[in-house]
Write a protein that binds this ligand. Sequence first.
Ligand SMILES: Cc1ncc(COP(=O)(O)O)c(C=O)c1O
Length: 343
Amino acid sequence: MTELADCAKSALERDGEVVLSYGSTLGYAPLREWLAERHSVEPGRVLVTNGSLQAFHFVLDAFSGRGRVLVERPTYDRPRKILAAAGLELGEVPVDDHGLDVDELERELDGPPASFLYTIPTFQNPTGSTLSEERRRRLAELARERGLPVLEDDPYGLVRFEGEPLPSLFELEGGKQVMYSSSFSKTIAPGLRVGYAIVPAALTGKLEELVASTYITPALLAQATVYEFLRRGLFEPNLERVCGLLKARRDAMLGALERELAGRVRWSRPEGGYFLWLDLPDELDASELLTRASEAGVTFVPGADFGGPPSSARLAFSFVSPAEIDEGVRRLAALVAPAAAPV
Ligand SMILES: Cc1ncc(COP(=O)(O)O)c(C=O)c1O
């Protein structure tokens, strides 16, 4: 917190005139350059937005009208709500322990035209699942062969606390069909509202218009603060700290689940990110369970909110301490009917 306050002060002192003015529609130039270097692209392809969900809105606006939107099932609830509110038809592709089912995607692509695919290949929200390398390669190839635009949403990729990082779809495909979005929400602070997208150069003109008519110029002070944080070399140590905290929380959740619910419930084992997914016994409705859980002081999100089955749930291990997680799982387990058949 003190470091960020100091970064904000320096950002204002060093570049106040730019930061306090309209003009940098696509984002704070030094941050765009930093991101461009990190992703080996031209700075002209980087759009820094007020959070990465805003980038989803812009890509959606740029591509809507070209057909159905393909999404994972289950997927992040906010894009689902945005797409539903826009009245857009969805093509839903199932996700399993190895991420999006690419065979199913191929079958979807044989159906009515699709405008783009929205996917979260790494530590997916809500399942925590990660697309395997083999599937990544097939998906990148499919995007290329079929000319399918893809938005790879990757806010959790750097929050890996176990296992080897996998190449992004964006890297594998070469960034022609695949657009990439990410965020500093999970790696620095969500309230800064600094996210970004890397898009084809041909799209930036259209996006510039969308940005200008949405918020004229993004929140540059936050972007310059993030840039100062990066410039001072504070990002990597902070990421290490965040990953350490999250690992302890994930471990506490896995340990408590094993102790309390083994044989009655199935859960995913993410190597990073914020979430894991529960497959509860079929006869249990997660919304009804949530009512009882809330009374017991525990919360989660029913899987149905993400397009999952009624007997599924998303647990977040990001939010509370290992001790609270341990106690929360204990209380939750007491509410999952003890006589339920093993899954
Ligand atoms: C998959 C996914 N994409 C995007 C976002 C939004 O992030 P931001 O804070 O950058 O808007 C989230 C936030 O939880 C998320 O889980």
